[in-house]
Design a protein around this ligand. Structure first.
Ligand SMILES: Nc1ncnc2c1ncn2[C@@H]1O[C@H](COP(=O)(O)OP(=O)(O)O)[C@@H](O)[C@H]1O
Ligand SMILES: [Mg+2]
Length: 269
């Protein structure tokens, strides 16, 4: 299996402002000693409570945040030596934050995903238009193609940013809670889409999410995070035990089965 991304003992510190202490910045650790490698063909779900470090890890893998120590390799090359454009040809990111661009149609925004592959003049080729149509079709956006993105619902806007990422034809797709605004059908369809792309063997995906049931069904591997560390990594069956989930999320959890599907239900103490 070809390794897409590899982090070796990565640590990230943030400077935080403490208003109660005369605005003196303090350093806090957001990631400690994180080693994770993801091969083509894998969907790795990052699970963990708020503040566990999932978004920080995704931003670090994408090159947006520089680690304070440790190394990251993208297809064997140190990330720190690659240009933004080199990285954008391989990695597409759908971040948690809502980013709406005013005055652009859905098709325009999805076309922006092609820019790492285009020359200096950004002239769209037939190949670019094909990739854009394909991405819009897979995200159920063809009917919205000519609408302005700032006039769409939150979930529709999210699908546009996902389509832009797919149009980029990345080998590594980083998704930060992509289904938070999606209705259940579009959430399931997104996960199935990601899984089918990844199964073709040309892509890997790391996805931060909160839905344990969907993670167990759609991820090939789970990385469970707590306080900036990966506390367990492996198949959903091995990692997602009631006891581990209780430790990490600090809530009682029942794990059962409906047919062949494992289900996770938080229960009152
Ligand atoms: N820009 C920032 N500046 C300072 N601290 C931050 C910043 N972003 C996140 N943090 C802190 O880093 C930790 C990890 O946050 P994050 O990666 O966003 O967690 P998650 O995505 O798992 O909820 C948290 O304790 C959070 O408060
Ligand atoms: Mg987050």
């Amino acid at each position: 299996m070809k390794i897409a991304i590899e982090t070796d003992s990565v640590s990230v510190l943030y400077r935080q402002t403490q208003h109660s202490r005369a605005n003196l910045p303090v350093q806090t650790s957001a990631l400690s000693d994180v080693s994770l490698s993801v091969a083509l063909g894998e969907v790795v779900a990052l699970l963990g409570p708020n503040g566990a470090g999932k978004s920080t890890l995704l931003q670090t893998i994408s090159g947006a945040l520089k680690p304070n120590s440790g190394e990251i390799k993208l297809f064997g090359e140190p990330l720190s030596r690659l240009s933004r454009r080199d990285i954008a040809r391989q990695i597409a990111v759908v971040s948690q934050a809502h980013s709406v661009t005013f005055g652009f149609s859905v098709r325009d925004v999805v076309m922006m995903g092609r820019s790492p592959h285009q020359g200096g003049w950004m002239v769209a080729t037939d190949r670019d238009r094909q990739a854009v149509d394909d991405a819009m079709r897979r995200c159920d956006l063809l009917a919205l193609a000519d609408r302005l993105t700032n006039e769409l619902s939150g979930g529709e806007q999210k699908r546009v940013t996902i389509a832009r990422a797919l149009a980029q034809e990345p080998h590594l797709l980083l998704l930060d809670e992509p289904t938070a605004f999606l209705d259940v059908r579009h959430a399931v369809e997104l996960h199935e889409l990601v899984l089918s792309e990844v199964r073709r063997g040309e892509m890997a995906c790391v996805i931060a999410m909160h839905d344990l049931n969907m993670a167990a069904q759609h991820a090939t591997r789970i990385a469970l995070m707590k306080k900036g560390r990966i506390v367990a990594s492996g198949s959903p069956e091995n990692v997602m035990t009631a006891e581990r989930l209780r430790d990490v999320f600090e809530v009682e959890m029942a794990v059962g089965e409906v047919g062949k599907t494992r289900v996770f239900v938080p229960t009152a103490k």
